[in-house]
Design a protein. Structure first.
Lengths: 243, 294
């Protein structure tokens, strides 16, 4: 009896998911102009304990093009700005997008700046989002002497990867996600320096969304002795403007 | 079958270094032995138990023989033996540095012992080593410690009462110096940079920059650690950082510090060489190719 009940329950659940997906495919909820503010607590063995304030603006100009601007202010005396432009192409199932990303990091504590530019291609479905691309980096010393052999550092070729898995469809009022990548909103790590992240959101109202996230950054995972390097926890709100 | 092959290939890519290339997925996520915190503490304990190393070179000019990544095994140590021979038979005052990855995998320290003849060397011998990832991986730190005693230390050279050069060895075998070692380095540089050394040189295994794809799938420091270490070394007048790990030669000057990465001494690799740095008021370095195997 129990087994039958379980089978019926699973069948109904499967039908429900199917109907839900059919109703909402393609698309990932209403994309609206959104402003997000996040507060972060972060620790790593280099900068020790520090806090970050993040501000993000999502601007979906039309169904085929959106832009995201991001700023981060850190008590570690590091300031980051990023701009993402994302052409999108809806497919019968899911969405294909091209991601162009420019990120500038001013490390005032070290008098160094770090500029990265990335180009990637991604595919997003209700439960999975994958991005693969390349990026280059220029690291510049603010006090560089122009009369010596000193130069800026160019790390021309890095691979960008991001795999994010969601527990619910992306237009659901709540969700939980797991991400494996070497980039996030405010950092583009070298390809052999992965980041492990979890994220969650809950739509309090149609306009307000509560966001949570956490990230772990190990070091030495490839051919070194892997060990813990840093972790971040974040919480914040998003405000979605009416159409 | 195709699927299994892909999984196997991905697993290989993700595997850490191990004897006979066996997989070690767990090693990707957690340390396989003592972490840098423990290694640093044990090294400091040893350093405090012995006197400081001041090498009297008897003249201002001398040579430093530097090699890295010998990855020796019981059957493959020709280049390292050649390096030791060249260094020991050089006529000028000299010292030697090995920048890590002395051995390739477990059970090869006795072989390193026979090539370097560690038993015959005094504590203030002129051959110095820094640990590489291959030297400490798979819980080999206790063995490394038995042979080399410490992974974090400094020594200086002098000519009678005249101070010459300062050398600092850092343990970067896991791609992070850790909190304690970084603080120690900062304190040491603060103190020593005022003592009027001619040159300050840092040597360690893991390189700082990823200038090209030559490092393959080996990681180095997190970016935050790269920025911080770079600034620290620059602030206190370090002139050179010598490292290995990526098996490809590299030279770049950033914030007044010259970062030299040496290519490997490993027998089976192409284009192996070691470096000789002539130390005087300036440092002039050149590379010597190992003889080709007949």
């Amino acid at each position: 009896m129990k087994r039958k009940f379980l089978l019926i329950f699973l069948f109904l659940g499967w039908c429900g998911v199917g109907l839900f997906a059919a109703e909402h495919q393609p698309g990932f909820g209403t994309r609206r102009y959104t402003i997000t503010g996040m507060a972060e607590y972060s620790y790593n063995t280099t900068w020790s304990h520090h806090a970050n304030l993040d501000v993000q603006a999502l601007m979906p100009f039309n169904p085929h093009f959106e832009m995201e601007a991001k700023l981060q202010f850190s008590t570690a005396n590091v300031y980051t700005g990023a701009l993402q432009m994302r052409p999108k192409f809806e497919l019968p199932v899911g969405e294909l997008f091209i991601e162009t990303d420019v990120m500038f990091k001013a490390l005032a504590r070290n008098r160094i700046s770090d500029l990265t530019a990335a180009l990637g291609i991604g595919y997003r479905m209700d439960y999975v989002s994958v991005t693969l691309g390349v990026f280059g980096r220029v690291i510049e010393d603010w006090d560089r002497s122009w009369y010596t052999d000193e130069s800026y550092i160019v790390e021309p070729f890095n691979v960008l990867y991001r795999l994010e898995v969601f527990c619910r469809p992306q237009n659901n009022p709540w969700n939980l996600s797991f991400m494996f990548s070497n980039v996030d909103d405010y950092q583009m790590e070298r390809m052999w320096q992965p980041l492990f992240s979890i994220g969650a959101w809950y739509d309090v109202t149609d306009n307000w969304r509560l966001n949570f996230g956490a990230q772990c950054k190990p070091t030495g995972m490839f051919h070194l002795d892997a060990t813990f390097y840093g972790a971040t926890a974040r919480v914040g709100f998003s405000y979605r403007f009416d159409k | 079958m195709k699927k299994i092959s892909y999984i196997f290939l991905v697993s290989l890519l993700f595997s850490a270094c191990s004897e006979d290339s066996t997989l070690d997925i767990a090693g990707m996520f957690s340390p396989q032995g003592e972490t840098i915190k423990a290694r640093f503490a044990q090294s400091m304990l040893y350093n405090e138990s012995r006197s400081e190393i001041h090498l009297d070179m008897a003249q201002d000019d001398y040579a430093i023989y530097v090699c890295t990544d010998s990855h020796i095994t019981r059957t493959s140590h020709r280049n390292l033996a050649y390096f030791v021979n060249q260094y020991e038979n050089a006529s000028s005052p000299k010292l030697a540095l090995h920048l890590g990855d002395l051995i390739d995998a477990q059970k090869n320290f006795p072989c390193a012992d026979s090539v370097l003849r560690l038993g015959e060397r005094a504590i203030d011998d002129t051959l110095f080593i820094t640990p590489g990832n291959h030297d400490i991986y798979f819980k080999q730190w206790p063995i490394y410690r038995d042979y080399f005693k410490t992974s974090v230390y400094w020594f200086d050279t002098n000519n009678g009462s005249k101070k010459l050069d300062l050398f600092i060895c850092l343990d970067s075998a896991e791609g992070d110096l850790g909190v304690d070692q970084t603080n120690w380095l900062k304190t040491l540089l603060e103190e020593k940079s005022k003592e009027g050394y001619r040159h300050i040189i840092v040597f360690t295994h893991t390189h700082l920059w990823k200038l090209d794809a030559s490092q393959g799938h080996t990681s180095n420091y997190a970016l935050e650690a790269t920025y911080e270490l770079t600034s620290l070394l620059s602030k206190y007048g370090v002139e050179f950082v010598w490292s290995g790990h990526q098996h490809a030669r590299q030279s770049v000057i950033f914030k007044g510090v010259q970062y030299l990465v040496l290519n490997a001494t490993k027998d089976s690799e192409k284009g192996q060489s070691y470096m000789i740095a002539d130390m005087s008021e300036s440092i002039v370095y050149h590379y010597i190719d190992y003889p080709q195997q007949p």
